[in-house]
Design a protein around this ligand. Structure first.
Ligand code: HEM
Length: 116
């Protein structure tokens, strides 16, 4: 289950980077249906495998602040991700940077199981 989680996290990052590249270099491809649907399916698997890992590892029985932090940072990653795809001027690149920083923070929290 953890490997599935990790695989889809990698796919999620690749699909996000891919779509940012498409909006910049091949915006017409963003009209293609599967280009827009696939990331939702991928991110859905990340969340579902994450939730099953929480139960499998009995993570709610101990100190679970890191899981709450992961979920909040995930919401921020999604919000910045949407902004990076929708904004047009240089603001997009701030949002893009914010999304990548939050992604790195989520990965760090996941590995250390601690907030800082
Ligand atoms: C972009 C989103 C996410 C990223 C980058 C991410 C990253 C990771 C990484 C790198 C690991 C492996 C940690 C290790 O080997 O010790 C992991 C495991 C885990 N993740 Fe995620 N995750 C994400 C989303 C979620 C979500 C939404 C949840 C739950 C609601 C979640 C819950 C877990 C749990 C419980 C583990 C297992 C920890 C263990 O058994 O050691 N993750 N995640």
């Amino acid at each position: 289950m953890k490997h599935l989680h990790l695989l889809f996290i990698a796919l999620s990052l690749i699909s996000f980077l891919g779509r940012v590249a498409l909006t910049k270099f091949r915006p017409e491809m963003m009209q293609i249906k599967w280009v827009n649907i696939a990331p939702h399916a991928i991110n859905g698997v990340v969340i579902l495998t994450g939730i099953s890992l929480v139960f499998q590892g009995h993570w709610l029985e101990g100190e679970f602040g890191w899981i709450v932090a992961k979920i909040i940072a995930l919401l921020g990653y999604v919000a910045f991700g949407i902004m990076a795809l929708k904004l047009t001027d240089e603001k997009r690149w701030y949002a893009f940077g914010g999304a990548l920083l939050l992604f790195a923070y989520i990965a760090k929290v996941a590995v250390t199981k601690s907030l800082f």
